[in-house]
Design a protein around this ligand. Structure first.
Ligand code: ASP
Length: 722
């Protein structure tokens, strides 16, 4: 054999090997998981497609990508050395509403600061950077003593956590500490954060871009929403976090994301860093039954009722509409998400699946006397807890929603509770009233009053809840509300009197109450403060019942996780809990149903197709013109021969991942996550490679809008796009 032949054979077999590896890599499925960063080493991301050294994502000793990601209500990321943050339009929504008036309607028309001096405060917004985390489980759990009641167990853990937090903040001046429950009853981590408090709006697209498609398209694919906004973080001239001041200077992040103007291609590996809120994957079938049959349908209907009411009032004009825009958006988002989950759970027959898994698990437990002794009661006890919760729900619904949806009642309760709690030593107070949180609690209340309060809405919601309270079965009636309802000839009169005899909508009045003692508050002749006083014991009882339930659930959940891991031979990762996580996947489409395939990119062509001229499909004329003239500049996607708008990928995300950077294999920003598909709303309970897709806005659309629609070349330059 001549040498040339041998070489060719070697090369050939090497090529076959390489292409086999490539094919394998392309077919490697994405994985379920919102991974804590401590798990990075066991993920082998490089085998899955990452080209970057994983240590550059997270390594405490290096300026890793971790420091480029911020929590801003949901998620955002730094994209310039001068603290420029990219997040979603819907994440910054509340701040844009707060800055808007009918005359300067930034929400409707958008906003661009041409210079840094023109950047305006994003009211109520902070940006939190994760600095470090550490396992403190042993210390938290050491607070538990044998024979404690369930409520005392919860209280002991709460106290211990507060102590750990106080010590950590003392040892790390200027940092914020939080202990997060990772696996309830099992593992707890201490996180340290830097909190930047002067955040300003830099660019907000008009509503017809940032919220294009509105609720019709929300949680849907194909999508054409330019759901992004730019903000900037400022600090004091000495570099320390500080509240708003003209003297403040842009924050210089340790790392920021480089933008890849070429975006991603179908099949590319991508990963997201972000702050997913809550998932419930380690809870039992009885919990799913409770959500499916009791809580979610009730909440979805209630939110729909409120939305209709608010839309009705909003017809009065822009000033009134601005009071409701943010609330409607939040309610509609949750309502549609719940409807998606209900449909998804039914489609997958998930409850039955889960019950089957649990029946097999129970058999496994019963088969061994030791296992039976340790775990035999876990599932039956959980069944009982969720069964009882279902029975109590209608009463809970009234109490919870009075506090959540009636702004004046919420204010009155906060004022009264503050007076009571602030009598106690700091570490014994409810979190909202501890010194470290109290000024934020006050500010939030005043901001909510200013931006979201509309008297007729508050009155109508109150009246509806009062009606529902009166319809409760006799044994579950809420006495104070029954008495109130009986105090006038009819409910309209009762509600009128209540709202006429209060000053709790006046910020000046509220601010005069913060330093008062509980006895003084109770003596004030104000209808809402009086009602708060009468209902206070109900809320205290609820709090105590929740503590007891949590104490019991913690113990059961910890055991359930242990035995399920043993049974399934798997090592779980903790449910999402608002702490920093990584998820990875590929740019890929999916089949939502028979004979339908969804491709992973939408383009500006779809904007033209959807535009009707009416909200939420009322594309600005300037954008229509750019599209029809095919003015696509360098951000065109050569494969599609046009500008991509949104992109789909198989990552594992939930609420809170809004605004998460979509990062390519080289660590560059290729889009901003903002939603999930209809089928993926069930991610909170379970994830599926077939159906779970996240939705992001493509970076090319962002850059094109900034450059060609907004004329914000200075921002492109700042983020390094020459
Ligand atoms: N659109 C979502 C949200 O509002 C993001 C998600 O849940 O995936 O949080």
């Amino acid at each position: 054999m001549n040498e040339k032949f041998i070489n060719t054979r070697k090369i050939l077999s090497a090529l076959i090997l390489i292409s086999a590896i490539l094919v394998l890599a392309a077919e490697l499925p994405a994985d379920e998981g919102m991974w804590p960063l401590s798990e990075l080493p066991r993920l082998n991301l490089q085998e899955k497609g990452l080209r970057l050294d994983p240590a550059l994502i997270y390594d405490p000793s290096k300026p890793s990508l971790l420091y480029a990601v911020v929590e801003v209500g949901a998620t955002g990321s730094f994209i310039s050395p001068d603290g420029l943050i990219i997040t979603n339009h819907h994440v910054a929504f509340g701040s844009v509403v707060a800055a808007s008036t009918p005359e300067k309607d930034y929400l409707k028309n958008g906003f661009l600061a041409r210079t840094r001096a023109e950047e305006i405060p994003a009211a109520g917004r902070t940006a939190r950077i994760t600095e470090s985390f550490q396992d403190v489980s042993a210390r938290v759990l050491s607070a538990l003593k044998k024979n404690m009641s369930y409520a005392d167990r919860t209280r002991a853990i709460e106290q211990q956590i507060k102590k750990i937090v106080a010590e950590a903040e003392k040892a790390n001046p200027g940092k914020r500490a939080e202990v997060a429950e990772m696996f309830p009853g099992k593992t707890y981590w201490l996180f340290l954060y830097t909190v930047l408090r002067d955040i300003r709006l830099v660019y907000v697209p008009p509503l017809a871009i940032g919220n294009f498609g509105g609720e019709d398209d929300n949680w849907m694919w194909p999508r054409h929403t330019g759901d992004f906004t730019l903000m900037r973080a400022y600090v004091a001239p000495d570099g320390k976090p500080a509240g708003y001041s003209e003297k403040n200077v842009p924050y210089r992040p340790r790392t920021y994301l480089k933008v890849n103007p070429e975006g991603a291609r179908e099949g590319d590996f991508v990963f997201l860093l972000g702050y997913p809120g809550r998932t419930y994957r380690h809870l039992p079938a009885s919990y799913i039954a409770y959500e499916l049959n009791v809580r979610m349908p009730a909440v979805a209907d209630w939110y729909e009722w409120q939305i209709k009411l608010m839309e009705e009032f909003s017809r009065a004009g822009r000033e009134v509409a601005l009071k409701h825009d943010s609330r409607i958006k939040g309610l509609a988002n949750t309502m549609k998400n719940y409807r998606g989950k209900l449909a998804g759970l039914r489609r997958l027959n998930y409850l039955v699946q889960k019950r089957q898994e649990e029946a097999a698990l129970q058999e496994f437990i019963q088969a061994d006397p030791k296992r039976r002794a340790l775990y035999g009661r876990v599932l039956p006890e959980m069944d009982k807890i969720y069964g009882d919760m279902g029975l109590e729900y209608p009463r809970l619904f009234v109490l919870e929603n009075l506090r959540r949806s009636v702004i004046l009642f919420q204010n009155a309760m906060t004022v009264l509770e503050a007076a009571i709690e602030r009598q106690k030593p700091d570490l014994e107070r409810n979190a909202a009233y501890m010194d470290r949180n109290f000024s934020q609690t006050r500010q939030r209340l005043i901001l909510g009053l200013r931006t979201n309060f509309y008297l007729p809405t508050d009155m109508a919601i109150f009246k509806e809840l009062l009606k529902r309270a009166l319809a409760l079965p006799e044994a579950r009636k809420i006495e104070a509300l029954s008495r109130l309802a009986a105090s006038g000839p009819d409910l309209d009169q009762v509600v009128d009197n209540l709202f006429k005899s209060t000053r709790i909508s006046d910020p000046g009045f509220i601010n005069s109450l913060w330093d008062k003692k509980p006895e003084e508050i109770r003596q004030i002749d104000d209808s809402f403060l009086k009602l708060a006083g009468e209902l206070y014991p109900e809320y205290k009882k609820l709090e105590e019942d929740n503590r007891a339930r949590k104490g019991q659930m913690d113990e059961l959940q910890a055991r359930l996780v242990d035995i399920r891991q043993e049974f399934l031979g798997k090592q779980f990762i903790p449910d999402a809990n608002g702490t920093l996580r990584l998820t990875y996947g590929r740019v890929e489409g999916y089949e939502p149903g028979d004979a339908v395939y969804y491709r992973p990119f939408t383009t500006v062509r779809g904007i033209m197709e959807k535009t009707t001229g009416h909200e939420p499909f009322d594309t600005p004329p300037g954008l229509l013109q750019l599209i029809s003239q095919k003015n696509f500049s360098r951000f065109i996607n050569p494969d599609l021969d046009t500008i991509p708008v949104c992109v789909l990928y198989s990552t594992d995300t939930t609420g809170g991942n809004s605004g998460s950077p979509i990062i390519d294999a080289d660590g560059r920003l290729v889009g901003v996550n903002f939603d999930r598909t209809w089928e993926a709303t069930i991610n909170d309970f379970t994830w599926s490679q077939r159906f779970s897709r996240s939705i992001g806005v493509d970076i090319r659309y962002v850059l094109w809008i900034l450059q060609d629609f907004a004329g914000a070349g200075q921002l492109l330059e700042e983020i390094g796009i020459k």
